[in-house]
Every structure is written in C-alpha cells, then in structure tokens.
Design a protein around this ligand. Sequence first.
Ligand SMILES: Nc1ncnc2c1ncn2[C@@H]1O[C@H](COP(=O)(O)OP(=O)(O)OP(=O)(O)O)[C@@H](O)[C@H]1O
Length: 260
Amino acid sequence: MPADSPDTPVIEIRDLHKCYGPLEVLKGVDLVAPRGHVVSLIGSSGSGKSTLLRCCNLLEDSQQGEVRFEGEAVRWKGQGLERHPADRAQVTRIRTNLSMVFQQFNLWAHLTILQNVMEAPVTVLKRDPKEVEERARHYLAKVGIAEKADAWPAQLSGGQQQRAAIARALCMEPRALLFDEPTSALDPELEQEVVRVIKALADEGRTMLLVTHDMKLAADCSDHVIFLHQGLVEEEGPPATLFGNPQSERLRGFLSATAA
Ligand SMILES: Nc1ncnc2c1ncn2[C@@H]1O[C@H](COP(=O)(O)OP(=O)(O)OP(=O)(O)O)[C@@H](O)[C@H]1O
C-alpha cells in the first residue's frame, strides 16, 4: 500500500521483540493503529505496555521485528550501546508526529504553561513564534485552561498540568498521540477532567495509542483493545467484545481483578 494512502496505518508493528539484557519484555507483538482509530493497551503491571508504546516513537530500540510509521520502515543499525536509528531526520519526523503524553506530565518548571506548549514547535520545528502562540492558545482553550497560560507549572493542579501536557502534544500537530497512563498519577476527581479531554479527542477521530489501567476509559474511547500478558498479545478486539465476552482465562482474571 503506498505510504500516502489514507488506508496506510499510522503505526504498524510486526513481530516485535524487545529485551533488556537477558529479560525479554516483548516476545513478538503485532499492533496496527489505523488512521482515526484509538488503540488501547491493557494488561498487568510489567506486561510490556509502556515498552511497546516507547518502541513506536523510537524511545526504545528492539531486537527483532519491524516498526512502520505511515508505511515507512524504521531502520536501526549498530550493535549494543552503539545501536541507533539509521536516519536522524527520520527520528525527528517520527517523534514530532507521534507526540507522547507521559504519566508524570514532564512540564518544564522554569517555563510558563504557554512557553511549555510553544517550546518544541518553535525550537525543534523552527515554526514562526507568532503562529505557534496562536495555536498554543487555541489548544490551551481546547483543554479548558486558557486562563493558565501565564502561570508556572507548580501553580497548577495535577489535572491541569496533565491537560497542559496534552495541549503541548497537540501543538506539535502530530499524526497520532501516544498516552502512557495519562491518569495514573492523578487523584480520582482530577482524573475525570483528563478523561473528558481524552474522550473528546477520541470523538474528534484522532489517532491515539493509549496505555491505561482505567478499563472504563479503554472501553469508552477505543476502537480496538489489546490485552498484553508477559510480552505477548493474549487477546484483542473491539472493546464491546473484549470486555463483554473475554475468551481467555487470563483476561477474565485480569478484568475481575481490576473491577475489584
Ligand atoms: N529501562 C529498563 N531497563 C530494564 N528493565 C526494564 C526497563 N524498562 C522496563 N523494564 C522492565 O520491562 C518489563 C515491562 O515494563 P513496562 O514498563 O513496559 O510494563 P508495563 O506493562 O507498562 O507496566 P506498568 O503497568 O507497571 O507500567 C518490566 O519487567 C520492567 O521492569
């Protein structure tokens, strides 16, 4: 399929193996994120969800298998510590287009919220600051914190900081958003404000990969859910099937444990 076809998946992973020393964390995982779809990754702690997400935007390398971004194969070269993606321009392109939202927000403490949102488009992508500021303010309004533009991160609640981190990811105008447990660091009442933003983005038809412990969030926003167990896809499918009629004993056990 040509890379510019609308049917080309934004992310496609085939038979991915990832080891940390002797520990094989991913043991041959496939994942396809078609344009406009939300794919959620669920599974027990240590099953490899975050590692898989990090392999998508080259924060981690892999030992075997293939990662494709919009049909373009990502190549690595070298051995061990020398191993690196072959093409630096490709890394920038992929990291820019697969914007990540982390569990711990990772805002710069010495920059205001507006400056945080503007930072990468201006310094990395060399976009016009005036145009970026307009976009940044638009996205801050979209996540409901327009009035916090001039505040410092420490002056915001956790939920507001996470919404600022989402505005920062959006301001890169990425092809897909990668969420790594975006609500796990939040108190339950603050969690809901972030959940609302993520659901609104899913309703807009954005392509997203979502690692989450929140089964309700996965059920409500996903087109496809993948249940990982010890580095392998144990079961996957549309949320209604996966949550409504789980087939494997492990998934049934996992769902009843998380519902408890
Ligand atoms: N940088 C690293 N070096 C060594 N081992 C690592 C590293 N990162 C992750 N691991 C190990 O890889 C395994 C998978 O970790 P990963 O964070 O992908 O799991 P997870 O499913 O996202 O877990 P959680 O839900 O707790 O975040 C774990 O055993 C973890 O200890």
